[in-house]
Ligand binder design. Structure first.
Ligand SMILES: [Zn+2]
Length: 401
């Protein structure tokens, strides 16, 4: 918990926690985390994309490797546990092994991912994509708000942008990837459980919709001859809430609304809005997205307004792997809690790592489900349970080999 406080103070902004990819704040975080890793006899290195990787060798110096980690970057105005808590719990579990002088039949690599949130370049999962061998080299040309390209940022952080392919895991057989993360939702709190085992990371569809009516004078255009794009858009926003609210497990959000021309005395001629749709079941998500676009079209038709729809991105649901997930559930029970299963509505590095190896995730209860906010909060008791569970998981994993 103290370590999360220390890392939470490493920010690019004085008044709030904002820690983008390859920033000075990230450099300070790496100094702290690397020092803590070395205390537990981990061999520390930073790969080209900027993931901090600490290796705790196996008993024999051979055998396979288990990756445990989460991300060290943040959103703007973040809380201090989203990401770093998972790295600190991993480190605490390894520290216990070290303090007992214990080595396992497999090596453990603790990974602090360079970027999961995509704050600086708008493209998330830079760190896990590089490690999983799914990095898109075209992203290197992207520029941040100050015009610094990703390739330049990598170079100034000490990496070699031309050798990102070297970051892909190539150090032998992998046992899997395990991630501990705050839930960022209210389920564990509602069920009064400190931790839960993630069943799947929900897929997501993102659309951009534009309603095009006719901009007109707000004083001289009679009400019955308007083609007000914002009224149509607002009906759609309400329809989205109603539709998602009546379908179990479905969440749908309009989070952006651009009104043009955007003047107090002009009837809105054009509105572009975002639509984000998520569900743990891919078919239900796709069907819901289709239905919501149909509803938008019906609203537009009814008001003689044009509608265009662009699919911005689409990520399928990633189920967590049965083997390590069952082992994690056994670990939760061994520590004395029922192994509550829940789906993750948020995206995580584990979803990308699933392309490389088997994945499992443990959620830690957070107060009020609040995240991506300074009020993000976890209790010391719940974090202790998470460390115990991860330690038990390592024990069970060792016994299963
Ligand atoms: Zn996160």
């Amino acid at each position: 918990m103290e370590r999360c406080d220390v890392l939470g103070a490493c920010s690019e902004e004085p008044e709030q926690l904002t820690r983008p990819f390859a920033s000075d704040a990230m450099r300070r975080v790496h100094e702290h985390v690397a020092a803590w890793m070395r205390e537990s006899d981990l061999a520390v290195r930073r790969d080209n994309i900027g993931n901090l990787r600490g290796r705790y060798e196996s008993a024999t110096g051979e055998g396979s490797t288990l990756l445990i980690g989460s991300h060290l970057d943040s959103v703007r105005g973040a809380g201090k546990y989203d990401g770093p808590l998972g790295v600190m719990v991993a480190l605490a579990a390894v520290q216990r092994l070290h303090d007992k002088g214990a080595r396992l039949p497999f090596a453990i690599e603790v990974v602090g991912f360079a970027d999961e949130e995509g704050l600086r370049y708008g493209t998330p999962y830079l760190g896990s994509r590089a490690l999983a061998g799914e990095f898109d080299l075209a992203d290197l040309e992207l520029a941040d708000a100050k015009g610094v390209t990703m390739a330049e940022a990598i170079t100034s952080f000490g990496g070699d942008a031309k050798r990102l392919a070297d970051d892909r895991w190539a150090e032998g057989e992998l046992l899997g990837y395990v991630e501990v993360h705050i839930e960022q939702g209210p389920v564990l709190e509602a069920r009064d459980k400190p931790v839960g085992v993630v069943s799947a990371i929900a897929g997501q569809s993102r659309h951009s919709l534009t309603f095009t009516g006719v901009a007109a004078h707000a004083g001289t255009t009679p009400m019955d001859s308007r083609k007000d794009a914002l009224v149509a858009a607002s009906m759609f926003v309400q329809a989205v809430e109603g539709y998602a609210g009546s379908h179990k497990g479905l969440v749908a959000t309009v989070g952006q609304l651009a009104v043009r021309p955007g003047a107090a005395n002009v009837v809105p001629g054009e509105v572009t809005l975002s639509l984000d749709v998520r569900h743990a079941d891919n078919d239900i998500r796709l069907l819901a997205s289709e239905r919501l676009i149909d509803i938008a079209q019906e609203i537009a038709n009814h008001r003689s307004i044009a509608l265009t729809n662009n699919l911005i991105s689409q990520n399928p649901t990633v189920p967590c792997s049965p083997g390590p997930t069952a082992l994690l559930a056994r670990a939760v029970e061994a520590v004395g809690y029922p192994s509550l299963k829940l789906a993750s509505g948020a995206g995580h590095d584990a979803a990308v790592m699933a392309g490389l190896t088997e994945v499992a995730m443990l959620f830690v209860r957070c107060k009020g489900g609040i995240s991506h906010h300074p009020d993000e909060s976890v209790t010391e008791e719940d974090v202790a349970v998470a460390i115990d569970v991860l330690g038990k998981f390592l024990e069970l994993q060792a016994a299963s080999l």
